[in-house]
Ligand binder design. Structure first.
Ligand code: AMP
Ligand code: MG
Length: 333
């Protein structure tokens, strides 16, 4: 197969991003560019329509920049991939429209990809892991995913809000800048006392809204922000690592891969490494720009699917807000 060059568009939530990827000779993939614009709510949480409007304004420029950074023209592309779901309807539709327009202009096929699977595949494509269990911890999503029986399956997930969402909501109430994850990490590094917070693991699933309520109550009761942040991290991350470990034992894997914006947290990375080491396994973390939502991971999965002959006719390119990880037919591995 001639070397393919796939442009990927991400727009599932806050982030509009365009990346370009190409398969290398060693079976790994090269990321040639990755340009992002993150929409930040002026106050409160994400407003899907406003985020989508911002993405519509940002995407043409991001496409130009991504092509420029990769030093290619739209005519050189083999396909245009886009995140078909899961995500917020207006945001998804904006990215899908941009992808359709670009694919039609360039005369190349579309490839609709699953956002969660892209978080996993970008790790396999760029790191030395072959068949990991993915701990995907981001704003809206928190899932433990592994390949089993020909599909990517969700072994555990949040029953309410994503872990990043919990951090951001706590931060908003506590007056921290958005997104709050980095500020909480910084505060936690100065905390030391483990305050009581609910450890909610139910079977293989986790829940975070009770922790949010309890952490806000601790604050009202006068506990120090450093200790609250420290305690949130210790308890919230221990829950994730416990479920990831059980998934590894269940499917018999010796590789753990982190993904999602919360994987930028050094304490989570450390806890994952300790767990992996204690079971004779390895832990992998993609570079930060490939952990957060990004267009390059969409391009990488698009290139894998294109290599397996999978494309998406325009008539089947409608977005899927509730696109489940285990609905994806995996024909590329
Ligand atoms: P994503 O949804 O994957 O783009 O990731 C965004 C989420 O990652 C937000 O909820 C952030 O608060 C969170 N995040 C970013 N950096 C950190 C960090 N250093 N520690 C914890 N959470 C983080
Ligand atoms: Mg994500």
């Amino acid at each position: 197969m001639a070397t393919s060059l796939v442009l990927g568009i991400e727009s599932t939530a806050h982030t509009a991003s365009v990346g370009i990827a190409s398969p290398g000779r060693d079976g790994r993939f090269r990321v040639l560019s990755n340009r992002s614009a993150v929409w930040r709510p002026p106050e409160g949480g994400i407003h899907p329509r406003e985020a989508a409007n911002a993405h519509a304004e940002a995407l043409p420029g991001l496409i130009r920049e991504a092509l420029g950074e990769a030093k290619v023209t739209a005519r050189a592309l083999s396909a245009v991939a886009f995140a078909q779901g899961p995500g917020l309807g207006p945001c998804l539709r904006t990215g899908a429209s941009a992808a359709r327009a670009l694919a039609l202009t360039a005369g190349v096929p579309l490839v609709g990809v699953n956002h969660c699977v892209a978080h996993l595949e970008v790790g396999r494509a760029t790191l030395a892991c072959e068949d990991p269990v993915l701990l995907y911890a981001s704003g809206g999503n928190t899932q433990v995913i592994a390949f089993a029986g020909g599909r990517y399956r969700v072994f555990g997930e949040t029953l309410d809000i994503g872990i990043g969402n919990m951090l951001d909501k706590f931060g908003r109430e506590a007056g921290l800048p958005f997104p709050a994850g980095p500020a909480i990490e910084e505060l936690a590094s100065r905390g030391s006392e483990l305050l009581p917070l609910p450890y909610s693991v139910k079977g293989m699933d986790v829940a975070y809204s009770g922790m949010l309520t309890a952490a806000l109550q601790l604050r009202r009761d006068g506990a120090g922000m450093e200790d609250i942040a420290f305690s949130i991290q210790e308890v919230a991350f221990a829950m994730l690592v416990e479920v990831a470990e059980r998934a590894m034992a269940h499917v018999g894997r010796d590789e753990l891969l982190l993904g999602g914006g919360v994987a930028a947290n050094a304490r989570l990375v450390e806890m994952a490494e300790v767990m992996a080491r204690e079971r004779g396994a390895s832990s992998f973390v993609p570079e930060r720009r490939l952990c957060v939502d990004n267009g390059a991971m969409i391009a990488v999965l698009g290139a894998m699917m294109l290599g397996a002959g999978v494309t998406t006719p325009v008539g089947e390119s409608a977005v899927r807000q509730r696109f489940r990880t285990d609905e994806v037919e995996v024909s590329w591995r």
